[in-house]
Write a protein that binds this ligand. Sequence first.
Ligand code: FNR
Length: 399
Amino acid sequence: MLVYLSLSLRCWNLEVAKIILDTKKYLREKKRMEITNVSEYETIAKEKLPKMVYDYYASGAEDQWTLKENRNAFSKILFRPRILIDVSKIDMTTTVLGFKISMPIMIAPTAMQKMAHPDGEYATARAASAAGTIMTLSSWATSSVEEVASTGPGIRFFQLYVYKDRNVVAQLVKRAERAGFKAIALTVDTPRLGRREADIKNRFTLPPFLTLKNFEGLNLGKMDKTDDSGLASYVAGQIDRTLSWKDVKWLQTITSLPILVKGVLTAEDARLAVESGAAGIIVSNHGARQLDYVPATIMALEEVVKAAQGRVPVFLDGGVRRGTDVFKALALGASGIFIGRPVVFSLAAEGEAGVRKVLRMLHDEFELTMALSGCRTLKEITRNHIVADWDQPRVVPRL
Ligand code: FNR
């Protein structure tokens, strides 16, 4: 009887051990299987984040037509891949404003990243450095330029909104310079904030334990801080609506950093940007958060590239979620792209590891797209590698 009992106990223990091992294997497997593309992070972020925060990150303006179009428009462009080219070696490295980076995929400024994850902008900065690419820090970050610089070496740009009090602008720019930031991305599509209705419904505010760190300790001078709606909404209200092209020139008198004009959508403004001394142009509709019913950025890109006539590099952001999107943007003449929401969503899901993974997935997908299209270097990507809806009637390229 005793022997029988001890035997069945041992069997039972083995059974339990097997179940535990199987469960561990299943969980490992599940974890590994979980995320296979950038867009999947949005679903996870939606589950994890408070509704107010998720909505702030995800929303576009008004009917959100442009928000959908930023994605849909990529499907209006198809590939014309070339075959039987030795693609055993693919070089994705490039140079942006003289800085060598590992791939033409960079990080756009998105405000208030500590709402997504306690490490916020620190995690993004580390992930960008690890991937060998550029991070753009938002003026409205929840970590300061100095804090982000303290995470270690990396090529970083500083995004700037221009405030009514130019003394505040000058202080911000000086601090960014001192902290080793390499360029200013001047956002020009925000004389007023677009109407994001989810934020209005949710009465969006920055959680009280967070602050817009770049404004902390600044001499806000003429800025009256007595407003009780909090620094965030106060600062938003201080954006200078009179901003014009002459201010782009003024900015060059207070900094020697190159200036990227962020928010260009037309040939006319591309020409003015070049004439105003911009070092580069970012074709952007602010992730569809400003004027609704502007075209998808990928649709506006080509006219801007043509107007720039190679005098300055043209970049694009808006809806880039796949390596194929990156390729399409480059084929239409972009020198590189920036991603916005994928960063905050992956931050929310997995912190720094999530942002690293997003950059890795886009890197790998883009590399694969190049290989399958017969391109070994970025220079080999041409307009003939794609055909767009708006190319009708299609002109067969001359041999
Ligand atoms: C932004 N964007 C933005 N732009 C800017 O110049 N300063 C900023 O502070 C912010 N903040 C911000 C917050 C959030 C939550 C989003 C989604 C976007 C716009 C951003 O730089 C970029 O233009 C878009 O995000 C690109 O589109 P995708 O990649 O989000 O589709």
